[in-house]
Design a protein around this ligand. Structure first.
Ligand SMILES: *[C@@H]1O[C@H](CO)[C@@H](O)[C@H](O)[C@H]1NC(C)=O
Ligand SMILES: *[C@@H]1O[C@H](CO)[C@@H](O)[C@H](O)[C@H]1NC(C)=O
Ligand SMILES: *[C@@H]1O[C@H](CO)[C@@H](O)[C@H](O)[C@H]1NC(C)=O
Ligand SMILES: [Fe+2]
Length: 426
C-alpha cells in the first residue's frame, strides 16, 4: 500500500515538476475594450491614476467628459476630506478625436505608509484611496512593461494587485492604442483599479510615439497629456525622462525614444542626476529603459535605441554603480549577470527584461543560440517582476510567470547593493 502511495505521490510530483519546467505557452488572448461606465455623468472622474511627486506629494490624474473642476479633496478617513487642492485642466486633439478634460492635481504634503481617501471633481459617487510609499526601506516595487490591453494583461494586473506592492515601475509601451485614441481611454479604465491606489511611474516606449507623417507630426501627444510624470522635480525639461527618490532608492526613468547622444539634453541631465545621488540616503539605484541594452532574443536586435543608447550611456551607469536596469520592448523575460561592456562584471548593473505584460502582439519566442554566457535565464512567457528592497544591502528580485492565470515564481535572485560592496567603491 505504502509503495503504491509512494509511487502515486512521486508521479504527481513528477507531473507537477514537468509542468513547471516545460510550461506550454498559450497563444495571445483577446483584446479588451473597456467602455465608459454607463452610470457616470459627464463630469464624473474616470481613468484615475496617481504618481509620486517628490518624497511627500502625489499627482492625481483623471479625465472627465465635460469640463469639471480640477479639484481633489482628500483625508485619512473615508468620506472626510480635510484637505483640498486644485490643479490644471487640459485636453488634446488627434486627427478627428478630441480628448476629454484631463485633470492633474498635486496634493500633499502626505505622510508615508498612510492610506488616503480622495475624490475628484467633487464627485461623491466615486471615492478612491491610495497608500503612500514608506519613507524608509523596506519597499516593494512591481515592474512590468508592454502591458497593452488583452485578457492576458488583465491577469497580469490581477497578479500585481495581489502582490501588496508599494509602487509600479513601468518601462514603456502602455496602451498599444497605436493612434486609435479611444484605446487610450480604454487602457485608462482597465488600469484604474490599480493605478488609482498606488503610484504608477512610467516611461515611454515606441508605442507611445504615435506620429503620423503629414497628419499628426507631434510625437507623444496622448502619452504626455495623459501620463504626466514629475520630470521638473528632478531638473528634467522633458516628460520623456526623469528621476525620483523613494525610501532608499534612486529611480531613473530614461527615454529610449528621445535624443540620448552625448550632446543631448537627456545625456547632460543624466550626468548631473547621477552626480547628485547621495548613496547614504539612497544606497540603491534602479534604472528603467524601454529598449533593452542586453537581449539574446531574436526580436529587436540591432535597433539604435538599444545599441547606440548603450554605447553612449553604459559607462555613465557603470561608473555610478547602478544596481539594476529594467527594460521592456522584447515580449519575454530575460535576466543577465551583472554586466558591463558585454562582459560579466561584478560592479555592473543587473539587466532584466520584463516586456511580458501581455499585449496583443504576443510573445517573442525565438532566441539566439547558443545562449550567451551572460544570459542567466530567458523565457518567452507572460508575467511580471517584483523587486523587494529589504535594506541598504539586500534586495530580492522575483519573476512571476503568468502560468494559465496563476502567478508562479519562476526565477529569483538576491542582489547585494553595489554601494555596500567594497570592491566596487568609486
Ligand atoms: C477647469 O475647468 C473648470 C470648469 O470649467 C474651470 O472652472 C476651471 O477654471 C478650469 N481650470 C483651469 C486651470 O483651467
Ligand atoms: C479582469 O479580471 C477581473 C478579475 O480580476 C475580472 O473580474 C474581470 O471580469 C476581467 N475583465 C475583463 C474585461 O475580462
Ligand atoms: C539585510 O537583509 C538581509 C536579508 O534579509 C539580511 O540577511 C541582513 O542581515 C540585513 N542587514 C541588516 C543590516 O539588517
Ligand atoms: Fe516596444
Amino acid at each position: 500500500m505504502a509503495g503504491i502511495r509512494g509511487v502515486l505521490l512521486l508521479s504527481i510530483f513528477a507531473v507537477v515538476v514537468a509542468r513547471v519546467l516545460s510550461y506550454e505557452r498559450p497563444p495571445p488572448r483577446k483584446n479588451l475594450y473597456i467602455p465608459r461606465r454607463r452610470m457616470l455623468s459627464s463630469t464624473s472622474p474616470e481613468q484615475v491614476h496617481i504618481s509620486l511627486v517628490g518624497v511627500d506629494q502625489m499627482r492625481i490624474s483623471w479625465i472627465t467628459d465635460d469640463e469639471a473642476s480640477a479639484t481633489v479633496e482628500y483625508g485619512t478617513s473615508s468620506g472626510k476630506y480635510e484637505f483640498s487642492a486644485t490643479g490644471t485642466n487640459n485636453s488634446y486633439r488627434y486627427l478627428l478625436y478630441k480628448s476629454g478634460q484631463i485633470h492633474d492635481v498635486v496634493i500633499g504634503p502626505l505622510k508615508p505608509s498612510t492610506v488616503y481617501y480622495y475624490r475628484c471633481s467633487q464627485d461623491s459617487a466615486r471615492e478612491f484611496n491610495f497608500k503612500t510609499p514608506p519613507s524608509q526601506l523596506p519597499i516593494k516595487f512591481v515592474v512590468a512593461g508592454d502591458l497593452g490591453q488583452t485578457e492576458w494583461t488583465n491577469t497580469t494586473l490581477q497578479h500585481i494587485g495581489q502582490s501588496n506592492y508599494d509602487l509600479m515601475l513601468f518601462p514603456g509601451d502602455l496602451s498599444y492604442a497605436d493612434t486609435s485614441q479611444s484605446l487610450w481611454d480604454s487602457f485608462g479604465r482597465l488600469v484604474e483599479p490599480l493605478a488609482s491606489q498606488r503610484p504608477w511611474m512610467v516611461t515611454e516606449g515606441n508605442h507611445e510615439i504615435e506620429k503620423i507623417p503629414l497628419l499628426h507630426s507631434t510625437r507623444f501627444t496622448a502619452y504626455n497629456a495623459r501620463w504626466r510624470m514629475p520630470f521638473d522635480k528632478s531638473g528634467s525639461t522633458s516628460n520623456l525622462y526623469y528621476s525620483f527618490e523613494v525610501a532608499g532608492v534612486h529611480v531613473i526613468m530614461l527615454g529610449s525614444y528621445t535624443d540620448f547622444d552625448p550632446n543631448s539634453d537627456q545625456y547632460k541631465w543624466l550626468q548631473a542626476d547621477l552626480a547628485k545621488i547621495d548613496r547614504k540616503r539612497t544606497p540603491w539605484i534602479v534604472v528603467n529603459i524601454h529598449a533593452p541594452w542586453y537581449n539574446s532574443n531574436t526580436a529587436h536586435q540591432g535597433e539604435s535605441e538599444s545599441d547606440d543608447m548603450k554605447k553612449f550611456m553604459e559607462e555613465l551607469l557603470y561608473k555610478a554603480r547602478v544596481d539594476v536596469v529594467f527594460a521592456g520592448h522584447v515580449h519575454a523575460y530575460e535576466r543577465f549577470t551583472r554586466v558591463y561592456n558585454e562582459k560579466e562584471d561584478n560592479c555592473g548593473p543587473l539587466h532584466i527584461t520584463v516586456g511580458d505584460g501581455g499585449n496583443r502582439e504576443g510573445l517573442a519566442s525565438k532566441y539566439i543560440d547558443p545562449q550567451p554566457e551572460i544570459s542567466v535565464f530567458r523565457e518567452a512567457s507572460f508575467g511580471h517582476g517584483q523587486l523587494e528592497v529589504v535594506n541598504a544591502t539586500h534586495a530580492l528580485f522575483t519573476w512571476h510567470r503568468n502560468q494559465d492565470d496563476v502567478a508562479v515564481v519562476s526565477d529569483s535572485v538576491w542582489l547585494k547593493s553595489l554601494s555596500s560592496d567594497a570592491a566596487c567603491r568609486v
